[in-house]
Design a protein around this ligand. Structure first.
Ligand SMILES: Cc1cc2nc3c(=O)[nH]c(=O)nc-3n(C[C@H](O)[C@H](O)[C@H](O)COP(=O)(O)OP(=O)(O)OC[C@H]3O[C@@H](n4cnc5c(N)ncnc54)[C@H](O)[C@@H]3O)c2cc1C
Length: 445
């Protein structure tokens, strides 16, 4: 499709859900105004992390009431409420349906495509964008702007500087009237989002909060039989139980007067600690505690459906010739990873004392010393501070440059909140780009 004379050029860097949603808004406008929309991405194809999310069933959004949904964004809920008011969970479902993908509400209230796959949705989306005239340029890694002084009277994107890209044919410079950065966070770098943009934007004096892992696993601190603190599990627990889930447990992170986090769910023992949905849900508190105090503590209830009294009765029940572990299994259903964790954390004397053991089953303390590295996390906290942007998500320091998606400074648990917020911010940016262009003098080609 040829470019219309006098068309304004928008360069979108990053072909994840946020960048593609910006392209979608602009693709609609292209039908009645002269616009050229180009999407650049470092990877050989679009939406790699979106496709990875499909492996877990692609949790697109959540069905809980809007106010509850917005509260998941913690300190950023005010800004998010504005974005989600334009394009929230209902709109995400309509959008998917419009692309031929019907959704359903799972038992936990989470919303998924019926086939629980990302590929058909992404395929239909890209086809629609291409048909509308959006052009894609893969294997284009954005390197920033040249360091030269701004060009007098030039187009607005970072004061008229061209964008520099590394491509298989060598470095290319691209001029655009508006630039949209939708570069993702810093996890799973092999899928394209490596956080290299942080330094580029900081060099332009853009305020970027340090990137940190969100929805991540942690390394534990345990003690050797001699009482020395160590990072990770004993060889026995690691070799026998790494990869094993602990199901139907409750996890609590205490606060001064009341728990800051308390929920039931499941998690997994890893080589050096813990990960999984219940841990991810608590991860922002645990990560922040480690950052402040060097250590985070959580408490596990291994049998949340059993009262302490019932546990005591079962533990005191005569065990006859049965071994201790088979007693725990038959009387309380404690076996596998749950029982192994008790053996790991308690001394021989504590295990033999029903009062100690009963208390530990209901409230087993676990210390965490470090979040797992950012690259392993589901998502990224930190990013371009919203205070560095206009409400329309344009950088105050670089008029004509907009940012969308996970590279902005907000975080949320898993549950469809991440994708919804990325799509929603893309919607906001698309509208703001059009408003910005409408306020600029027409191009003279
Ligand atoms: C294992 C896993 C499962 C997940 N499951 C879910 C889920 O079920 N539900 C949910 O809501 N969220 C889920 N997420 C999170 C969700 O996928 C992300 O929040 C979302 O993809 C972020 O969208 P984005 O467009 O901001 O960034 P990204 O999807 O990361 O896209 C950014 C794009 O920018 C490109 N890019 C980066 N740097 C450059 C550069 N310098 N030059 C050119 N291109 C560049 C990248 O190649 C990439 O294509 C999951 C994440 C992971 C890791």
């Amino acid at each position: 499709m040829g470019e219309r004379i006098g068309a304004r050029r928008v360069a979108i860097v990053g072909a994840g859900p946020a960048g593609l949603m910006v392209a979608e808004v602009l693709a609609r406008a292209m039908q009645h105004e002269p616009l050229a929309v180009d999407v650049y991405d470092a990877m050989p194809s679009a939406g790699r992390k979106f496709l990875l999310a499909g492996i877990g069933g692609l949790n697109l959004t959540h069905s809980e009431p809007f106010d509850d949904f917005v509260r998941r964004f913690g300190p950023r809920q005010r800004a998010l409420s504005d974005w989600l008011g334009h394009f929230g969970p209902d709109e995400v479902q309509l959008w998917a349906s419009d692309l031929g993908v019907e959704t359903f509400v799972g038992s936990s209230g989470r919303i998924f495509p019926r086939d629980m796959k990302a590929a058909p949705l992404l395929r239909a989306w890209l086809a629609r964008l291409r048909a509308a005239g959006v052009r894609f340029h893969h294997r284009h890694r954005w390197l920033g702007w040249p360091d030269a002084q701004p060009v007098e009277g030039a187009a607005p994107g970072d004061s008229g500087r061209p964008l520099r890209f590394a491509t298989p044919e060598g470095e290319r410079e691209i001029q655009a009237d508006v630039v949209v950065l939708a570069l993702g966070g810093g996890s799973w770098a092999r899928l394209g989002s490596d956080g290299a943009w942080v330094d580029i934007l900081r060099r332009r004096q853009v305020d970027v909060a340090p990137l940190a892992p969100a929805n991540c696993g942690f390394d534990v601190q345990t003690r050797t039989p001699e009482g020395t603190a160590r990072v990770g599990w004993s060889d026995h627990l690691r070799q026998r139980f790494a990869g094993h889930p602990l199901k139907a447990v409750a996890l609590r992170v205490d606060g001064l007067r009341q728990p800051r986090f308390e929920r039931r769910g499941e998690f997994v023992i890893t080589q050096s600690g813990i990960e999984g949905s219940l841990v991810y849900a608590a991860s922002s508190w645990l990560r922040d505690d480690i950052e402040k105090h060097g250590l985070a503590s959580l408490t596990l209830d291994l049998l949340p459906d059993h009262s302490p009294e019932r546990i005591m009765t079962e533990l005191r029940h005569p065990r006859g010739a049965r071994s201790f572990s088979s007693h725990l299994k038959t009387r309380l259903g404690l076996h596998g990873a749950k029982a192994a964790l008790l053996y790991e954390m308690l001394s021989r004397e504590q295990l033999a004392d029903p009062v100690w053991l009963g208390a530990a089953i209901k409230a087993l303390p676990l210390n965490l010393v470090a979040p797992r590295p950012l690259d392993e996390a589901i998502s990224t906290a930190g990013g371009v501070r919203l205070e560095a942007m206009t409400p329309g998500l344009m950088l105050k320091r670089a008029p004509g440059v907009f940012c969308a998606g996970e590279m902005l400074d907000w975080e949320a648990p898993t549950g469809g909140y991440l994708l919804t917020a990325c799509l929603s911010s893309g919607r906001v940016v698309g509208g703001s780009v059009l408003d910005w262009l409408h306020g600029q003098p027409a191009r003279q080609d």
